[in-house]
Design a protein around this ligand. Sequence first.
Ligand code: NAD
Ligand code: DAU
Length: 352
Amino acid sequence: MKKNVLITGGAGFIGSHVVRLFVRKYPEYRIVNLDKLTYAGNLENLKDIEQEPNYSFVRADIVDKASMMDLFHQFRFDGVIHLAAESHVDRSISSPDEFIYTNIIGSVNLLNAARELWKDDHSGKKFYQISTDEVYGSLGDSGFFYETTAYDPRSPYSASKAGADHLVRAFYHTYNLPIVISNCSNNYGPYQFPEKLIPLVIHNIRYNKPIPVYGKGENIRDWLYVEDHAHAIDLVFHKGLDGNTYNIGGKNEWKNIDLIRLLCRILDEKLHRESGTSEKLITFVKDRAGHDLRYAIDASKINKELGWEPTTLFEEELRKTVEWYLTNEAWMQRVTSGDYLKYYEEMYGNRE
Ligand code: NAD
Ligand code: DAU
């Protein structure tokens, strides 16, 4: 094996796409997927590659410092791609603690384990922190987030990711740990847990449930297809310069309400419903506390320096994504039972 690569959070949405890409593209690497399998982690997302000889799965909690140290000594990782996180803003608003443990303490445990393992030789090593555009805060009607934009996180989720990013950079400056960070915009595609906007809207339309639109639906997000993100991660992992940050985005801004109306039209077609049927499900509900107005990424650095750009067309890929959720109804049923139902009731049951 040429490299031992640890991917944390590989059973989640983006992580499963990254694991699949690496297992298939790099048969000479040993890919270890470490995941706690929280409500958001699902090994079903990796059924198609789980038998590959260069893949192994370890169930572990990154908050457990001793087991992180043991794992690093056992597998002698050359690279770490760190995606494991509590990732949903609404959950961070109702209970922030888990975000602090996993996103900050968990990240420090991995940093310490890498520092210990690589203390005598950094060559060929890389600690890659997968971060988010949300650490930059909220934009007004114009402007973009650049790699140089000062951090201004405004939710417990984004504050916990920002805290981790600061620590990753501190380990670079203080201990010369070879790190790299990327900050990406909103992802969409198959295997996304349906607490997030796009799969939630698809699910609700399918089952004729109200579509909860926070506030007036005027908030803007910059959407990127998850496989485009996975390809960017591949490039940054292999070619990103130590100590550098790379912004990743789709140059694809949508007001929530416009995106939801587009999904309504696509689903009317796909479900053979009369045009306008799904829009009737739109329900304006109480706004998210501290709801960031707009995110928009300037991705020119990764484009110029590493040659990355999104390869997919948004409306085409969104249609395929809708098709995937409709076809994979059994997956959706399984992830929307149990804990999800309880969460959904708590989250939306008492909304206006
Ligand atoms: P997700 O919630 O779908 O998956 C997170 C994974 O982490 C799950 O498999 C979960 O079981 C695992 N996990 C959680 N706590 C853990 C712990 N303590 N120990 C080990 N594993 C644990 O998240 P996602 O949307 O795939 O996001 C992945 C990463 O990308 C996160 O770091 C997130 O901040 C970042 N990100 C996400 C987006 C997006 O649009 N979804 C955009 C930019 C950046
Ligand atoms: O920008 C990157 C971030 O994108 C990631 O770091 C996060 O992990 C990921 O969850 C996502 O955060 P958002 O808060 O932008 O995504 P979410 O899908 O929760 O919401 C998208 C927008 O839709 C946001 O403005 C809130 C709104 N929304 C969301 C839900 C779930 C609604 O109007 N109704 C809803 O029911």
